[in-house]
Design a binder for this molecule. Structure first.
Ligand SMILES: O=C(O)CCC(=O)C(=O)O
Length: 435
Protein backbone atom coordinates (compact mmCIF):
# COMPACT_ATOMS: atom_id res chain seq x y z
CA UNK A 1 0.00 0.00 0.00
CA UNK A 2 1.25 3.40 -0.86
CA UNK A 3 1.54 5.88 2.03
CA UNK A 4 1.10 9.46 1.01
CA UNK A 5 3.05 12.21 2.65
CA UNK A 6 1.18 14.78 4.77
CA UNK A 7 1.56 17.22 1.90
CA UNK A 8 -0.92 15.12 0.02
CA UNK A 9 0.22 13.96 -3.38
CA UNK A 10 -2.35 11.40 -4.24
CA UNK A 11 -4.07 13.43 -6.77
CA UNK A 12 -7.49 14.72 -5.81
CA UNK A 13 -9.77 11.82 -6.59
CA UNK A 14 -13.37 12.45 -5.78
CA UNK A 15 -15.68 10.65 -3.36
CA UNK A 16 -17.16 8.49 -6.12
CA UNK A 17 -13.85 7.03 -7.22
CA UNK A 18 -12.75 6.64 -3.61
CA UNK A 19 -15.86 4.64 -2.83
CA UNK A 20 -15.28 2.57 -5.91
CA UNK A 21 -11.65 1.92 -4.92
CA UNK A 22 -12.75 0.86 -1.47
CA UNK A 23 -15.39 -1.48 -2.83
CA UNK A 24 -12.83 -3.02 -5.14
CA UNK A 25 -10.41 -3.50 -2.25
CA UNK A 26 -13.06 -5.18 -0.21
CA UNK A 27 -14.03 -7.45 -3.08
CA UNK A 28 -10.46 -8.45 -3.74
CA UNK A 29 -9.77 -9.27 -0.11
CA UNK A 30 -13.08 -10.91 0.71
CA UNK A 31 -14.14 -7.89 2.77
CA UNK A 32 -11.13 -8.16 5.08
CA UNK A 33 -9.06 -5.36 3.69
CA UNK A 34 -10.20 -2.78 6.18
CA UNK A 35 -13.13 -2.19 8.41
CA UNK A 36 -13.00 1.54 8.17
CA UNK A 37 -11.13 3.93 6.00
CA UNK A 38 -9.18 6.75 7.55
CA UNK A 39 -8.62 9.87 5.64
CA UNK A 40 -7.56 13.34 6.51
CA UNK A 41 -9.09 16.38 4.96
CA UNK A 42 -8.35 20.03 5.13
CA UNK A 43 -11.70 21.53 5.98
CA UNK A 44 -15.37 20.89 5.70
CA UNK A 45 -15.21 22.84 2.45
CA UNK A 46 -12.99 20.25 0.85
CA UNK A 47 -15.32 17.61 2.23
CA UNK A 48 -18.30 19.20 0.54
CA UNK A 49 -16.54 19.37 -2.74
CA UNK A 50 -15.85 15.69 -2.47
CA UNK A 51 -12.11 15.78 -2.00
CA UNK A 52 -10.86 13.28 0.47
CA UNK A 53 -7.34 12.44 1.35
CA UNK A 54 -5.09 9.90 2.95
CA UNK A 55 -4.58 8.29 6.30
CA UNK A 56 -1.82 8.99 8.77
CA UNK A 57 -0.72 7.66 12.11
CA UNK A 58 -3.29 4.91 11.98
CA UNK A 59 -2.23 1.59 13.44
CA UNK A 60 -4.81 -0.47 11.60
CA UNK A 61 -4.71 -1.21 7.86
CA UNK A 62 -5.29 1.97 5.91
CA UNK A 63 -6.52 2.45 2.39
CA UNK A 64 -5.81 5.50 0.37
CA UNK A 65 -9.23 6.51 -0.77
CA UNK A 66 -8.41 9.62 -2.66
CA UNK A 67 -6.32 12.72 -2.45
CA UNK A 68 -6.51 16.30 -1.50
CA UNK A 69 -4.36 19.33 -1.94
CA UNK A 70 -3.54 20.41 1.58
CA UNK A 71 -2.62 23.88 0.53
CA UNK A 72 0.58 25.63 1.32
CA UNK A 73 0.15 26.58 4.96
CA UNK A 74 1.91 24.24 7.36
CA UNK A 75 -0.44 25.13 10.20
CA UNK A 76 -3.41 24.35 8.04
CA UNK A 77 -2.04 21.02 6.98
CA UNK A 78 -1.60 20.00 10.61
CA UNK A 79 -5.24 20.70 11.48
CA UNK A 80 -6.51 17.51 10.08
CA UNK A 81 -9.82 15.95 10.61
CA UNK A 82 -10.43 12.28 11.00
CA UNK A 83 -13.16 10.74 8.92
CA UNK A 84 -14.61 7.33 9.44
CA UNK A 85 -16.10 5.79 6.32
CA UNK A 86 -18.45 2.88 6.22
CA UNK A 87 -16.78 0.07 4.24
CA UNK A 88 -20.14 -1.00 2.85
CA UNK A 89 -21.39 2.29 1.52
CA UNK A 90 -18.35 4.52 1.65
CA UNK A 91 -20.64 6.91 3.55
CA UNK A 92 -19.06 9.19 6.12
CA UNK A 93 -20.10 7.93 9.53
CA UNK A 94 -18.16 10.24 11.78
CA UNK A 95 -16.03 13.28 11.39
CA UNK A 96 -13.80 14.63 14.12
CA UNK A 97 -12.82 18.01 12.94
CA UNK A 98 -9.85 20.20 13.55
CA UNK A 99 -7.82 17.80 15.61
CA UNK A 100 -4.06 17.45 15.71
CA UNK A 101 -4.44 14.01 17.17
CA UNK A 102 -3.96 10.75 15.42
CA UNK A 103 -5.81 7.57 16.21
CA UNK A 104 -2.66 6.35 17.93
CA UNK A 105 -3.24 8.92 20.68
CA UNK A 106 -6.31 7.01 21.83
CA UNK A 107 -4.74 3.60 22.10
CA UNK A 108 -4.27 2.23 25.60
CA UNK A 109 -1.30 0.16 26.76
CA UNK A 110 -1.64 -3.52 26.03
CA UNK A 111 -2.49 -4.50 29.62
CA UNK A 112 -5.10 -1.75 30.04
CA UNK A 113 -7.22 -2.35 26.97
CA UNK A 114 -10.88 -3.41 27.20
CA UNK A 115 -10.10 -6.98 26.19
CA UNK A 116 -7.51 -7.37 28.92
CA UNK A 117 -9.42 -5.26 31.41
CA UNK A 118 -8.81 -4.74 35.11
CA UNK A 119 -8.47 -7.30 37.86
CA UNK A 120 -9.75 -10.49 36.39
CA UNK A 121 -7.49 -12.69 38.50
CA UNK A 122 -6.01 -14.36 35.49
CA UNK A 123 -9.40 -15.48 34.21
CA UNK A 124 -10.38 -14.89 30.64
CA UNK A 125 -12.15 -11.55 30.91
CA UNK A 126 -15.75 -11.49 29.87
CA UNK A 127 -18.13 -8.66 29.23
CA UNK A 128 -21.11 -10.67 30.35
CA UNK A 129 -20.73 -12.73 33.47
CA UNK A 130 -22.74 -15.91 33.33
CA UNK A 131 -25.37 -16.13 36.02
CA UNK A 132 -25.00 -12.51 37.05
CA UNK A 133 -28.42 -10.97 37.35
CA UNK A 134 -28.07 -7.25 37.04
CA UNK A 135 -30.72 -5.85 39.44
CA UNK A 136 -33.88 -4.35 37.98
CA UNK A 137 -36.20 -2.33 40.19
CA UNK A 138 -39.84 -1.39 39.59
CA UNK A 139 -40.24 2.08 41.04
CA UNK A 140 -44.04 1.89 40.93
CA UNK A 141 -43.91 -0.36 44.01
CA UNK A 142 -44.87 1.22 47.33
CA UNK A 143 -41.95 2.75 49.22
CA UNK A 144 -42.00 0.16 52.02
CA UNK A 145 -41.54 -2.63 49.46
CA UNK A 146 -38.86 -0.72 47.61
CA UNK A 147 -36.65 -0.10 50.63
CA UNK A 148 -35.32 -3.69 50.96
CA UNK A 149 -35.10 -4.15 47.17
CA UNK A 150 -33.04 -0.99 46.68
CA UNK A 151 -30.94 -1.81 49.74
CA UNK A 152 -30.09 -5.22 48.31
CA UNK A 153 -29.32 -3.90 44.80
CA UNK A 154 -27.12 -1.09 46.11
CA UNK A 155 -25.29 -3.31 48.62
CA UNK A 156 -24.56 -6.12 46.19
CA UNK A 157 -23.92 -4.27 42.93
CA UNK A 158 -23.81 -0.52 43.58
CA UNK A 159 -25.63 -0.35 40.23
CA UNK A 160 -29.21 -1.16 39.20
CA UNK A 161 -31.78 -0.58 36.47
CA UNK A 162 -35.03 1.21 37.24
CA UNK A 163 -38.31 1.20 35.33
CA UNK A 164 -41.68 2.87 35.93
CA UNK A 165 -39.57 5.78 37.08
CA UNK A 166 -42.02 8.46 35.95
CA UNK A 167 -39.80 10.24 33.42
CA UNK A 168 -41.62 10.34 30.06
CA UNK A 169 -40.00 8.43 27.22
CA UNK A 170 -40.81 11.34 24.90
CA UNK A 171 -38.68 13.67 27.02
CA UNK A 172 -35.72 11.27 27.02
CA UNK A 173 -36.00 10.79 23.25
CA UNK A 174 -36.29 14.50 22.64
CA UNK A 175 -33.15 15.28 24.67
CA UNK A 176 -31.27 12.57 22.75
CA UNK A 177 -32.43 13.91 19.37
CA UNK A 178 -31.50 17.51 20.16
CA UNK A 179 -28.16 16.43 21.60
CA UNK A 180 -27.30 14.48 18.46
CA UNK A 181 -28.04 17.57 16.39
CA UNK A 182 -25.75 19.59 18.63
CA UNK A 183 -22.91 17.08 18.30
CA UNK A 184 -23.49 17.06 14.54
CA UNK A 185 -22.57 20.76 14.28
CA UNK A 186 -19.13 21.72 12.95
CA UNK A 187 -16.57 21.71 15.73
CA UNK A 188 -15.87 25.41 15.13
CA UNK A 189 -19.46 26.08 16.32
CA UNK A 190 -19.32 23.68 19.24
CA UNK A 191 -16.08 25.06 20.62
CA UNK A 192 -17.75 28.47 20.96
CA UNK A 193 -18.94 27.03 24.27
CA UNK A 194 -15.81 25.02 25.07
CA UNK A 195 -15.68 24.13 28.74
CA UNK A 196 -12.82 25.65 30.62
CA UNK A 197 -12.44 23.81 33.93
CA UNK A 198 -13.17 24.55 36.71
CA UNK A 199 -16.11 26.20 34.90
CA UNK A 200 -18.81 23.53 35.11
CA UNK A 201 -20.70 24.18 31.86
CA UNK A 202 -19.81 23.77 28.23
CA UNK A 203 -18.60 21.46 25.52
CA UNK A 204 -15.60 19.13 25.74
CA UNK A 205 -14.26 18.02 22.41
CA UNK A 206 -12.61 14.72 21.72
CA UNK A 207 -9.34 16.63 21.48
CA UNK A 208 -9.62 18.08 24.96
CA UNK A 209 -10.33 14.77 26.62
CA UNK A 210 -7.45 13.07 24.85
CA UNK A 211 -5.09 13.25 27.82
CA UNK A 212 -7.14 10.48 29.34
CA UNK A 213 -7.67 8.80 25.98
CA UNK A 214 -11.45 8.89 25.85
CA UNK A 215 -13.06 8.50 22.46
CA UNK A 216 -15.89 10.84 23.38
CA UNK A 217 -17.15 14.38 23.27
CA UNK A 218 -19.49 15.79 25.90
CA UNK A 219 -21.85 18.60 26.78
CA UNK A 220 -21.86 19.59 30.46
CA UNK A 221 -24.96 21.34 31.79
CA UNK A 222 -26.27 22.56 35.14
CA UNK A 223 -29.77 23.56 36.27
CA UNK A 224 -30.91 27.15 35.75
CA UNK A 225 -32.89 28.53 32.85
CA UNK A 226 -30.78 31.66 32.38
CA UNK A 227 -27.54 29.71 32.62
CA UNK A 228 -28.57 27.21 29.94
CA UNK A 229 -30.14 29.78 27.62
CA UNK A 230 -27.14 32.06 27.72
CA UNK A 231 -24.82 29.16 27.02
CA UNK A 232 -26.64 28.19 23.83
CA UNK A 233 -26.98 31.77 22.67
CA UNK A 234 -23.29 31.49 21.86
CA UNK A 235 -24.03 28.78 19.29
CA UNK A 236 -26.36 30.48 16.78
CA UNK A 237 -26.23 27.50 14.41
CA UNK A 238 -27.88 25.34 17.07
CA UNK A 239 -31.33 26.38 16.01
CA UNK A 240 -33.24 24.13 18.36
CA UNK A 241 -31.46 25.46 21.43
CA UNK A 242 -34.66 26.82 22.92
CA UNK A 243 -36.61 23.57 22.87
CA UNK A 244 -33.49 21.69 23.98
CA UNK A 245 -33.07 24.07 26.95
CA UNK A 246 -36.74 23.62 27.92
CA UNK A 247 -36.30 19.82 27.81
CA UNK A 248 -33.12 19.95 29.87
CA UNK A 249 -34.69 22.20 32.52
CA UNK A 250 -37.69 19.88 32.77
CA UNK A 251 -35.39 16.88 32.97
CA UNK A 252 -33.32 18.40 35.77
CA UNK A 253 -36.46 18.89 37.81
CA UNK A 254 -37.83 15.35 37.20
CA UNK A 255 -34.56 13.46 37.50
CA UNK A 256 -33.55 15.52 40.55
CA UNK A 257 -36.78 14.54 42.35
CA UNK A 258 -36.24 10.93 41.28
CA UNK A 259 -32.68 10.93 42.62
CA UNK A 260 -33.86 12.37 45.94
CA UNK A 261 -36.52 9.72 46.26
CA UNK A 262 -34.04 6.91 45.58
CA UNK A 263 -31.43 8.31 47.99
CA UNK A 264 -34.04 8.73 50.72
CA UNK A 265 -35.23 5.13 50.30
CA UNK A 266 -31.64 3.82 50.22
CA UNK A 267 -30.91 5.50 53.53
CA UNK A 268 -34.22 4.33 55.01
CA UNK A 269 -32.80 0.88 54.37
CA UNK A 270 -29.97 1.86 56.76
CA UNK A 271 -32.42 3.33 59.30
CA UNK A 272 -31.36 6.92 58.57
CA UNK A 273 -34.10 9.57 58.88
CA UNK A 274 -35.40 11.25 55.72
CA UNK A 275 -34.77 14.70 57.21
CA UNK A 276 -31.05 14.07 57.62
CA UNK A 277 -30.79 13.12 53.95
CA UNK A 278 -32.84 16.07 52.80
CA UNK A 279 -30.38 18.40 54.51
CA UNK A 280 -27.63 17.12 52.22
CA UNK A 281 -29.43 16.26 48.98
CA UNK A 282 -32.50 18.53 49.15
CA UNK A 283 -31.36 20.82 46.32
CA UNK A 284 -30.23 20.03 42.79
CA UNK A 285 -28.45 23.36 42.30
CA UNK A 286 -25.00 21.75 42.30
CA UNK A 287 -26.00 18.74 40.23
CA UNK A 288 -24.89 18.32 36.64
CA UNK A 289 -25.96 16.65 33.44
CA UNK A 290 -23.27 15.26 31.16
CA UNK A 291 -24.32 14.26 27.68
CA UNK A 292 -21.75 11.89 26.18
CA UNK A 293 -21.37 11.29 22.48
CA UNK A 294 -19.14 8.43 21.39
CA UNK A 295 -18.41 8.66 17.65
CA UNK A 296 -17.73 5.56 15.58
CA UNK A 297 -14.23 4.37 16.44
CA UNK A 298 -11.82 2.38 14.23
CA UNK A 299 -9.79 1.18 17.21
CA UNK A 300 -12.77 0.32 19.40
CA UNK A 301 -11.09 -2.66 21.02
CA UNK A 302 -7.99 -0.64 21.90
CA UNK A 303 -9.62 2.34 23.61
CA UNK A 304 -12.53 3.50 25.78
CA UNK A 305 -15.40 5.94 25.49
CA UNK A 306 -14.96 6.37 29.19
CA UNK A 307 -12.12 4.51 30.92
CA UNK A 308 -12.71 2.63 34.19
CA UNK A 309 -13.72 5.09 36.91
CA UNK A 310 -15.97 5.62 39.91
CA UNK A 311 -18.35 8.57 40.22
CA UNK A 312 -17.28 10.96 42.93
CA UNK A 313 -20.66 12.62 43.56
CA UNK A 314 -23.72 11.28 45.36
CA UNK A 315 -25.88 9.32 42.95
CA UNK A 316 -25.79 9.05 39.14
CA UNK A 317 -28.74 8.30 36.88
CA UNK A 318 -27.83 7.32 33.32
CA UNK A 319 -29.85 7.08 30.15
CA UNK A 320 -28.24 5.15 27.30
CA UNK A 321 -29.46 4.58 23.76
CA UNK A 322 -29.99 1.16 22.18
CA UNK A 323 -26.34 0.71 21.18
CA UNK A 324 -24.94 -0.27 24.57
CA UNK A 325 -21.39 -0.08 25.87
CA UNK A 326 -21.66 0.48 29.61
CA UNK A 327 -19.89 -2.15 31.71
CA UNK A 328 -19.75 -2.58 35.48
CA UNK A 329 -17.07 -4.37 37.46
CA UNK A 330 -18.62 -7.16 39.53
CA UNK A 331 -16.52 -9.70 41.43
CA UNK A 332 -13.54 -9.08 39.16
CA UNK A 333 -15.51 -9.36 35.91
CA UNK A 334 -16.78 -6.71 33.57
CA UNK A 335 -20.53 -7.11 33.10
CA UNK A 336 -22.26 -5.44 30.17
CA UNK A 337 -25.33 -3.43 31.10
CA UNK A 338 -27.55 -4.19 28.14
CA UNK A 339 -29.72 -1.30 27.02
CA UNK A 340 -33.42 -1.70 27.73
CA UNK A 341 -36.01 0.72 26.43
CA UNK A 342 -37.76 2.60 29.23
CA UNK A 343 -35.07 1.83 31.79
CA UNK A 344 -32.61 4.16 33.45
CA UNK A 345 -29.47 3.03 35.24
CA UNK A 346 -28.61 4.19 38.73
CA UNK A 347 -25.27 3.97 40.51
CA UNK A 348 -23.87 4.85 43.89
CA UNK A 349 -21.19 7.55 43.96
CA UNK A 350 -18.34 8.11 46.42
CA UNK A 351 -20.30 10.61 48.56
CA UNK A 352 -23.01 8.06 49.32
CA UNK A 353 -20.33 5.46 49.98
CA UNK A 354 -18.90 7.91 52.51
CA UNK A 355 -22.23 8.85 54.15
CA UNK A 356 -23.24 5.19 54.41
CA UNK A 357 -19.87 4.48 56.07
CA UNK A 358 -19.07 2.02 53.31
CA UNK A 359 -22.38 0.09 53.45
CA UNK A 360 -23.10 1.12 49.86
CA UNK A 361 -20.13 1.01 47.52
CA UNK A 362 -19.26 3.19 44.57
CA UNK A 363 -18.29 0.74 41.84
CA UNK A 364 -15.86 0.92 38.91
CA UNK A 365 -17.52 1.19 35.52
CA UNK A 366 -16.44 2.00 31.99
CA UNK A 367 -17.94 2.51 28.56
CA UNK A 368 -16.78 0.89 25.37
CA UNK A 369 -17.13 2.28 21.87
CA UNK A 370 -18.15 0.67 18.61
CA UNK A 371 -16.54 0.55 15.21
CA UNK A 372 -19.93 0.45 13.50
CA UNK A 373 -22.25 2.87 15.29
CA UNK A 374 -22.01 6.03 17.36
CA UNK A 375 -23.56 6.03 20.84
CA UNK A 376 -25.19 8.62 23.08
CA UNK A 377 -25.70 8.55 26.83
CA UNK A 378 -26.59 11.19 29.37
CA UNK A 379 -25.86 11.11 33.04
CA UNK A 380 -27.38 13.15 35.85
CA UNK A 381 -24.88 13.47 38.70
CA UNK A 382 -26.51 14.44 41.98
CA UNK A 383 -24.09 16.49 44.06
CA UNK A 384 -24.73 18.02 47.49
CA UNK A 385 -24.30 21.79 47.46
CA UNK A 386 -20.83 23.21 48.13
CA UNK A 387 -21.61 24.26 51.71
CA UNK A 388 -22.98 20.83 52.70
CA UNK A 389 -21.24 19.19 55.59
CA UNK A 390 -20.63 15.53 54.73
CA UNK A 391 -19.94 12.86 57.32
CA UNK A 392 -20.76 9.18 57.83
CA UNK A 393 -24.32 9.18 59.20
CA UNK A 394 -24.15 9.03 63.01
CA UNK A 395 -26.43 5.99 63.18
CA UNK A 396 -23.94 4.06 61.08
CA UNK A 397 -20.92 4.79 63.24
CA UNK A 398 -20.65 2.45 66.21
CA UNK A 399 -17.94 0.86 68.31
CA UNK A 400 -18.03 -2.16 66.04
CA UNK A 401 -18.24 -0.09 62.92
CA UNK A 402 -16.08 3.01 63.44
CA UNK A 403 -16.11 5.88 60.97
CA UNK A 404 -14.19 4.95 57.85
CA UNK A 405 -13.96 8.55 56.64
CA UNK A 406 -13.23 11.99 58.02
CA UNK A 407 -15.96 14.59 57.54
CA UNK A 408 -15.59 17.41 54.99
CA UNK A 409 -17.36 20.33 53.44
CA UNK A 410 -18.37 19.55 49.91
CA UNK A 411 -16.38 22.49 48.49
CA UNK A 412 -13.17 21.13 50.10
CA UNK A 413 -13.84 17.69 48.68
CA UNK A 414 -14.47 19.13 45.20
CA UNK A 415 -11.30 21.20 45.39
CA UNK A 416 -9.32 17.97 45.78
CA UNK A 417 -10.79 16.59 42.57
CA UNK A 418 -8.21 17.95 40.13
CA UNK A 419 -5.32 16.54 42.20
CA UNK A 420 -7.12 13.23 42.64
CA UNK A 421 -7.85 12.96 38.93
CA UNK A 422 -4.18 13.41 38.07
CA UNK A 423 -3.37 10.53 40.40
CA UNK A 424 -6.27 8.58 38.88
CA UNK A 425 -8.20 8.07 42.10
CA UNK A 426 -11.21 9.50 43.89
CA UNK A 427 -10.95 12.54 46.17
CA UNK A 428 -12.54 10.31 48.82
CA UNK A 429 -9.18 8.62 49.28
CA UNK A 430 -7.90 11.82 50.91
CA UNK A 431 -10.56 11.47 53.59
CA UNK A 432 -10.17 7.83 54.51
CA UNK A 433 -9.56 7.42 58.24
CA UNK A 434 -6.49 5.31 57.73
CA UNK A 435 -4.80 7.78 55.36
O1 LIG B 1 -21.84 6.40 28.80
C1 LIG B 1 -21.71 5.53 29.64
O2 LIG B 1 -22.11 4.39 29.49
C2 LIG B 1 -21.01 5.80 30.95
C3 LIG B 1 -20.75 7.25 31.19
C4 LIG B 1 -20.08 7.49 32.47
O3 LIG B 1 -19.72 6.61 33.21
C5 LIG B 1 -19.82 8.86 32.87
O4 LIG B 1 -20.15 9.79 32.10
O5 LIG B 1 -19.26 9.05 33.99
Amino acid sequence: MKRASPKGDVGGRGVGSAKEALRQELNETGGKACKVGWVAHKSSHSLKTGKIGFASGCPIPIRILGGVDFGTSRAESRRWSILVLSPESGRIMACLEGTDLTVRDFIWAQNERPSTGLPCNGDVPTSDMEGAAFPKVDLSLPDEELVPILHSAASSWGFFRIFNHGIPETLLDSIATHALHFFGLPSSDKIAIARNPPAPLGYTSITKSATIKSWSEALHLMPGEVRIHSLFQRVPSFQESQSFSIDVIKYFSLVGALANRIITLLFRGLMVDDEEIKLVFGSIDSSTLRINHYPVCPVADLTYGSPPHKDYGGLAILHQDEIGGLEVLKDGHWVAVEPEKGCLIVNIGDVIQMMSNGKYQSVLHRSLVKSSQPRLSFVFFHFPSDDSFIAPMSKLVTKDSPAKYRSFYMKDYISMFAIAQKANHSPLLFFEESS
